[in-house]
Design a protein around this ligand. Structure first.
Ligand code: NDP
Length: 284
């Protein structure tokens, strides 16, 4: 019988712990604050940003938002990031992606102070993750590792397959699994006979953005299946990249969409803001 990896429940526990840490910091006169920058009006981004603001409120983290018009220039965007870098009252800076095509997101991520880079996208944090050094780690992969650990799932020695190689999910996911001693394979749109690879996975992580793309015949019996995808079906309902109904018949563990990876991502963001605040105050 498949077990559901309940991201909603685990994320709540993490947020409860974060809330306690925030209260302790406040007693010392330290008030953790997140600044979110959003450029343009992507409807999904609006929902994600709103969810992040709600989570901040829940755990007591101060929150400020910069909603920029999509006509903004790169210089103006970098100027804002630098202003927030130099503002001692701001502990975390998050640039919501995507940003309009004419702007260079890599340059923007590179400009965010690595100590305030709560999304873990600055090359400095990406590099530290690769080297296995202490870093602010990208929230989605970090949340997935925490979810596996919470359910006592041993990663070491497992064959892990990551489908999707984006800089924000697939690549850091590969690195997080490798750091936990899994044997990792990463697949992408040019992978030939994808099912040949996915069928070997003890742990299968899917992050491609294609509704119900991973079907039962692509999954090994007893596999642990992590679905990162967030897609909207024609009727407006959310679904993942995995055909949950069919795949849950053969998987040993599976994450639902919604209620799996999504809430874990937000909880790890809260966790990273507290970590960044402590780093900036020489507490770790
Ligand atoms: P990107 O579009 O940046 O990357 C998609 C990746 O999937 C690419 O590497 C692409 O390959 C690969 N891919 C596309 N089609 C196929 C295919 N047919 N076979 C194999 N690989 C394929 O997406 P993101 O990584 O940003 O996001 C992926 C999904 O995860 C989305 O649904 C997004 O909404 C969701 N998401 C969810 C989060 C959460 O908290 N739950 C957080 C972030 C994202 P190639 O490189 O060759 O083009």
């Amino acid at each position: 019988m498949v077990k559901i990896l309940d991201g909603k429940m685990v994320s709540q526990k993490i947020k409860d712990d974060v809330k306690k840490e925030v209260e302790e910091l406040k007693q010392e006169g330290i008030f953790p604050k997140l600044a979110v920058i959003m450029v343009g009006s992507d409807p999904s981004s609006k929902i994600y940003v709103r969810n992040k603001s709600i989570a901040c409120k829940e755990v007591g983290i101060e929150y400020e938002e910069y909603l920029l018009d999509d006509s903004i220039t790169m210089d103006e965007l970098l100027e804002l990031i630098n202003k927030l870098n130099n503002d001692d009252s701001v502990n975390g800076i998050l640039l919501q992606s995507p940003i309009p095509k004419g702007l260079d997101i890599n340059e923007a991520f590179k400009t965010i102070d690595p100590k305030k880079d709560v999304d873990g996208f600055n090359p400095c944090n990406v590099g530290k993750l690769c080297l296995g050094q202490e870093a602010l780690i990208s929230c989605t992969p970090y949340g997935i590792i925490k979810l596996l650990e919470e359910y006592g799932i041993d990663i070491e020695g497992k064959d892990a397959v990551v489908v999707g190689r984006s800089n924000i999910v697939g690549k850091p996911m590969m690195q997080c699994l490798l750091n936990k001693n899994a044997t990792v394979t990463i697949c992408h749109s040019k992978t030939i006979k994808l099912e040949r690879v996915t069928k070997k996975a003890d742990i299968l992580v899917v992050a491609i953005g294609k509704p119900k793309f991973i079907t039962k015949d692509m999954v090994k019996e007893g596999a642990i299946v992590i679905d990162v995808g967030i897609n909207r079906e024609k009727d407006g309902k959310l679904c993942g990249d995995v055909d949950f109904e069919e795949v849950s018949k053969i998987a040993s563990y599976i994450t639902p969409v919604p209620g799996g990876v999504g809430p874990m991502t937000i909880a790890m963001l809260m966790n990273n803001i507290v970590k960044a605040t402590k780093m900036q105050n020489n507490k770790i």
